[in-house]
Ligand binder design. Structure first.
Ligand SMILES: Nc1ncnc2c1ncn2[C@@H]1O[C@H](COP(=O)(O)OP(=O)(O)O)[C@@H](O)[C@H]1O
Ligand SMILES: [Mg+2]
Length: 278
């Protein structure tokens, strides 16, 4: 009977509720052809890349394991420059995004814009630059960050912050849940890690179609698509490859069941205790 496992480094609440969590090496040792693996490698806390283990996802795929959110999906979704390119190629609305790094010339984009890590998360080191002087200050402030000196970051056109956005979870090409994220008082960024509140919502048809298209643009089997309101429409800000969610994303706490159904996950899990290092 085929089994299902989450390939990750942490037993986060989302990972634990999705299924048995195996480290990349454990997954490589234990999964067999016909099994299903869901790649949940996240960005590194130092924001200079992706957690190790893409090798295991490649090896599993070669072996005949069905790999969801595989190497190339995670590489595209976690890298904001690669995501921007994929969204542009797919013809989806998203803010203009260019690379920025100590070894590059200043970005060919006029402020206001946002400077942030290529492999960012949790709203960390996401800096708003209204004028060039603010960009110079931001570069100075980031000059000792590992990410700025290794992967570099991106500069992205600022979409006038509205104090809220829409996070849509897409699984297997279907919307399985959504919340409005409302920024904390005095905070322009809408990250829950920065105090934003999550309010369950039912996305409009336009938002749902855009989120599904954005997920497809990165080849995402289970992703969180962030949409920002812009001139009365939605624009895609980013696609989260290791999205965290809870029961509030759907009525009656049914999002985890919806994910299993949308991805046609096998009911059984590996007959071994999962182990992950925190
Ligand atoms: N170009 C932008 N225009 C408007 N708001 C932005 C922009 N970039 C980031 N933000 C705000 O900052 C938050 C964090 O940025 P994001 O790119 O999603 O990075 P992270 O991966 O850290 O969540 C977003 O949820 C949004 O509220
Ligand atoms: Mg984000």
């Amino acid at each position: 009977m085929p089994t299902f496992a989450v390939v990750a480094h942490t037993l986060s609440p989302t990972n634990a509720r999705l299924g048995t969590v195996l480290s990349p090496a454990q997954a490589a040792a234990r999964l067999r052809p016909g099994d299903v693996a869901l790649g949940r490698l996240d960005v590194l806390r130092s924001l200079d890349g992706i957690e190790p283990g893409a090798w295991a996802l490649d090896l599993l795929a070669e072996r005949g394991v069905t790999v969801l959110n595989g190497h190339s999906t995670l590489a595209t979704a976690h890298d904001k420059l690669a995501t921007a390119n994929a969204l542009r190629r797919a013809g989806l609305p998203s803010p203009e995004t260019v690379a920025v790094a100590p070894w590059l010339l200043p970005p060919q984009l006029e402020p206001p814009f946002v400077l942030k890590p290529r492999f960012g998360s949790w709203g960390r080191d996401v800096l708003r630059c209204e004028i060039w002087a603010a960009f110079d200050e931001a570069v100075e402030a980031m000059s000792h960050r590992i990410w700025f000196n290794t992967t570099g970051g991106v500069v992205q056109r600022l979409i006038p912050p509205a104090g809220h956005d829409l996070r849509v979870v897409v699984a297997g090409g279907r919307v399985v849940g959504a919340v409005n994220r409302v920024s904390a008082p005095g905070e322009w960024r809408t990250n829950v890690a920065l105090g934003a509140r999550r309010i369950p919502t039912s996305p409009s048809r336009e938002a749902a179609e855009l989120a599904v298209a954005a997920a497809a643009a990165v080849g995402g089997d289970l992703v969180g698509v962030d949409l920002l309101p812009c001139d009365g429409r939605w624009t895609v800000l980013e696609v989260n490859g290791a999205v965290d969610f809870t029961g509030v994303y759907s009525s009656e706490d049914k999002i985890f069941a919806s994910v299993r159904a949308a991805l046609a996950l096998p009911d059984s899990e590996p007959a071994i205790a999962g182990y992950a290092y925190a």
